[in-house]
Design a protein around this ligand. Structure first.
Ligand code: SIN
Length: 488
């Protein structure tokens, strides 16, 4: 077991100041807030804590930069994005180190996130030059009708702590490719990865004002400010459904265009014709990625009664091999939860489930620190338990059994959420029936991993709206303009 070095090759990437209009700044009041290593609770940075006047300065900078950035050819924007992508890959180990330091996920997983994050920049640098309009046959012989796509304007990206790199690039790469200028409000727990991205963005030639990184310890005040500001045209948010609804309510005053990637309650359905070993492999990937702290992590395992025992036993065998602890130890697979509130929430969900009759099928009390929760497998989970209704966001597998396809579909859809879902079956007709019946934005069939830059990531129902990644992702940052020309 080796501890990885946490010295950075490129120490310039470790920034603690905000980034506005191409400059590093402490903000008008020069206040700071602490950032912690979630594993050992040590303060790792004191980051500039911006006030509303600083945010306003950033909006002005983005607004001034917008027309020039929008007027570049898409080839010019594409080429700058490609340079940024290449710099990220060159610095991937340093970026992953910063990510593990502030977020806690195991270093190899952090490295995976940096590469995953970079694929969005690569993808949208290519999409930038594939934004097509339309020529529409005219109903009037003397008129010509065309449709063009233009950048929407100044965009705010409000990003979560669970993917401090990739959830930023997934939002801002399409925005920049479209010709928008961007303000990023990173999560208070994890602003360092965002600031490191800005160092490389500047080096890649992203002009001043085009990308601004705005750390602040006052997310509600910042959200209110963004929602009310008339020069901000769009907010793209990833986070809780509660906050998404709040932004929608506040944004109504200025009719803000929104993309909301909100909570999930992913079912993972294993039918009795499935390859159980493959299902367990997929279950591990889907459930334990980032210690269970992703919106697409399995929340509810629905296992056919005929294979329940086999599935539970095989899952426990695999879970038993997983090491929990410090993300900088090279054999750690499950890092700490992000903060105390997260740990409290997971403990509450666990106790609530046990009080209501869930049974602990597997638990190994190997917690090395109160910040780390060892994986637990619960069986006999029922819909009245809080963890059947809310995102667990921790390494607890909650298992329920079913007997018929209809029952599985009913349980899976019996939630207000609709982000990711998973099914395991070898029956081709069933794949079509069930994927069509599931009320979710995304369905994984015989796989526990579904996230790529090339796919439209997003949910339905109270999991939000808008799609990130894919050929559709850039649409979120564009307006359609219809032009009718009289040629008589
Ligand atoms: C998320 O948790 O919001 C994103 C996870 C992913 O991109 O797979």
């Amino acid at each position: 077991m080796n501890r990885l070095p946490i010295d950075l090759k490129n120490a310039d990437l470790f920034k603690q100041e905000a980034f506005i209009n191409g400059q590093w700044t402490k903000g008008t009041e020069k206040k700071t807030f602490p950032v912690y290593n979630p594993f050992n609770k040590m303060i790792i940075a004191e980051v500039s804590d911006l006030q509303v006047s600083d945010l306003d300065h950033a909006v002005q900078a983005a607004n001034i930069a917008f027309p020039t950035w929008a007027k570049l050819t898409s080839y010019e924007r594409s080429s700058i994005l490609t340079k940024w992508h290449n710099l990220i890959i060159e610095n991937e180990r340093d970026l992953a180190t910063i990510l593990t330091l502030e977020q806690g996920k195991p270093f190899q997983e952090a490295l995976g996130e940096i590469r995953y994050g970079a694929t969005f920049i690569d993808w949208f640098s290519a999409e930038a030059v594939r934004v097509y309009g339309d020529i529409i046959p005219s109903p009037d012989a003397n008129k010509r009708i065309s449709v063009i796509k233009q950048p929407i304007g100044v965009v705010v990206a409000i990003t979560p702590w669970n993917f401090p790199n990739a959830m930023i690039t997934r939002k801002i790469a399409p925005a920049l490719a479209a010709g928008c200028t961007v303000l990023v409000k990173p999560a208070e727990d994890t602003p360092l990865s965002a600031l490191a991205l800005a160092v490389l963005a500047k080096k890649a030639g992203i002009p001043k004002g085009v990308l601004n990184i705005l750390p602040t310890s006052k997310p509600v005040i910042a959200g209110d400010f963004f929602c009310a500001h008339k020069n901000i045209q769009k907010i793209s948010f990833t986070g809780s459904t509660k906050t998404g609804k709040y932004l929608m309510e506040k944004g109504a005053a200025t009719l803000k265009k929104l993309s909301l990637e909100l909570g999930g309650n992913a079912p993972f359905i294993v039918f009795d014709d499935a390859d159980v070993d493959a299902a367990v492999k997929g279950a591990i990937l889907s459930k334990y990625r980032n210690a269970g702290q992703t919106c697409v992590c399995t929340n509810r395992f629905l296992i056919h009664a005929n294979i329940l025992d086999a599935f539970n036993e095989k899952l426990a065998l695999e879970v038993n091999k997983m090491k929990v602890g410090d993300g900088f130890l090279d054999d750690t697979q499950i890092g700490p939860l992000i903060n105390e509130a997260a740990i409290k929430k997971v403990n509450f969900l666990l106790n609530d489930a046990i009080e209501k009759g869930a049974k602990i099928f597997y638990s190994k009390n190997t917690s090395v620190d109160i910040t780390v929760i060892s994986p637990i497998i619960l069986t006999q989970v029922t819909p009245d338990m809080a963890l059947s209704k809310e995102e667990i966001f921790g390494p607890i597998s909650a298992i329920t059994s079913f007997s018929t396809e209809e029952e599985a579909i009913y349980i899976a859809n019996n939630t207000e959420f609709g982000l990711a879902s998973y099914i395991y079956t070898k029956d081709n007709a069933r794949i079509h029936r069930v994927t069509e019946a599931l009320q979710y934005g995304m369905v994984g069939v015989n796989t526990g991993i579904i996230s790529y830059a090339a796919v439209p990531f997003g949910g339905i129902k109270e999991s939000g709206f808008g799609r990130e990644g894919s050929k559709y992702g850039i649409d979120e940052f564009q307006i359609l303009k219809y032009i009718c020309t009289d040629i008589s």
